[in-house]
Design a protein around this ligand. Structure first.
Ligand code: GLU
Length: 416
């Protein structure tokens, strides 16, 4: 059998949860498949004078509960099938957090690390204008994802505003100077930690003695590491694309954040004071209590799930676990906090930012963080309670809650 695509994997999770909540047969296709998919040409004049043509995508998966919402990913592996998978995850994520949004995702197949800022800007502007007819403050609102950031959002906002008039609420995750919300940049990482703390409380895990390994040192991984360290929780391993470092008693996170802020790869960190080098693959099977994949998808799969030694996995990345690996870990008694719950702090923070843009006011960061914590703790409690009542995994429970909410909205709106 050929390996499942990422979209088929998400649909495998969808199917199991849909059966659990006895979703009507006629609703399966409506909820499972995307509403609209856009695949555009993005020609860019590179710095060397050459014209290169990239492909860009926006997939609007489901809009029954509100405007489409989801990030934009710039990566060599980002293609239509992956974007479809990620768009579907956004539908269940926004529904689980009870945000007034649907689900979408977008991206461009490219390697932005090899591009100049001017090239990334030109690509972003061209892409935004090419899809601008399906975007809108009440239609579809992009946000950052892998290899995109507040600056990319600023260019998107400017390109869109040049055509439709000043529209800060068209994207979230903007720079604070342009109407971004203080706290949004840290929100995904903080949300992961809020959920971990809630899970540890429920499962009787003492985090003050726990060892946490984090794969990924981008926006999400670095904020998770920083927040854990500030909370006195030991981060025993950290990696970026180049590889990583470990220390059985806990790494010096501030020094590593400082190192990475100079765009230096973790594989070049000096090995002093008991610090060891570790590959991304070794990190996944490291002796630790909590494993946090915070980079790309499908990293925990059939080939390595047997070797995971953590007792808790918190999915800060989207779709990091294949269905086969999910089953293997489940059978081994490893508790997995699924992506749609664990990393929902990002889009929840986006909701705060969007709502504030529309009303033209701004919360202080303390208020933002408090509301975020409340939302994450509530969603975790609801998911854990559902899982407990039905005797299913947190993933199945999270999808099931999302599916029920989207199905209800679809019926009430008369879509079906
Ligand atoms: N890219 C983030 C995610 O996967 C955030 C999406 C958003 O804020 O719209 O959840």
């Amino acid at each position: 059998m050929p390996p499942l695509s990422s979209y088929e994997m998400v649909n495998a999770y969808f199917d199991e949860a849909a059966q659990l909540v006895r979703l009507k047969d006629e609703l399966y296709e409506v909820l499972k498949t995307p509403y609209r998919e856009i695949d555009v040409q993005v020609p860019v004049r590179m710095d060397n004078g050459e014209l290169r043509t990239f492909r860009g995508y926006r997939v609007q998966h489901n809009g029954a509960r509100g405007p489409y919402k989801g990030g934009m990913r710039y990566h060599a592996t980002a293609d239509l099938e992956e974007v479809r998978a990620l768009a579907s995850l956004m539908t269940w994520k926004t529904a689980l957090l009870d945000l007034p949004f649907g689900g979408a995702k977008g991206g461009i197949t490219c390697d932005p690390t090899g591009m100049s800022p001017r090239e990334v800007e030109a690509m972003t502007r061209r892409f935004t204008l090419a899809i601008s007819h399906v975007l809108g403050v009440n239609r579809d609102i992009p946000a950052p994802d892998v290899n995109t950031n507040a600056q990319v959002m600023a260019w998107m906002m400017d390109a869109y505003s040049s055509r439709y008039g000043y529209s800060p609420a068209i994207v979230t995750g903007k720079p604070v100077d342009l109407g971004g919300a203080p706290g949004r940049e840290a929100a995904t990482g903080r949300g992961v930690v809020y959920v971990l703390v809630a899970a540890a409380k429920l499962w009787g895990i003492d985090l003050s003695t726990a060892r946490v390994a984090i794969q990924g040192f981008g926006n999400v991984g670095s904020w998770v590491a920083r927040e854990l360290h500030n909370g006195g929780i030991a981060v025993v391993a950290l990696s970026d694309v180049s590889g990583g470092v470990s220390h059985p008693k806990g790494l010096n996170v501030p020094a590593l954040l400082d190192w990475a802020s100079g765009r230096r790869p973790l594989c070049e960190v000096k090995q002093t004071g008991g610090v060891d080098r570790i590959s991304n693959e070794e990190l996944l099977s490291l002796e630790c209590d909590v494993l946090i994949p915070a980079a790309l998808g499908e990293v925990i799969n059939e080939a390595n799930a047997e070797r995971v030694r953590a007792s808790v996995v918190v999915e800060a990345a989207n779709n990091p676990t294949t269905p086969e690996a999910d089953k293997i870990m489940g059978d081994r008694g490893i508790k997995v906090v699924p992506d749609v719950l664990a990393n929902a702090g990002g889009v929840t923070g986006s909701y705060f930012e969007w709502a504030q843009n529309i009303q033209q006011f701004r919360w202080k960061e303390e208020r933002f963080n408090q509301e975020l914590e409340d939302a994450m703790v509530r969603a975790f409690a609801a998911t854990a309670d559902f899982a407990d009542r039905h005797g299913v995994s947190l993933r199945r429970a999270a999808f099931a809650i999302g599916i029920e909410r989207v199905a209800r909205a679809s019926r009430l709106r008369g879509y079906v």
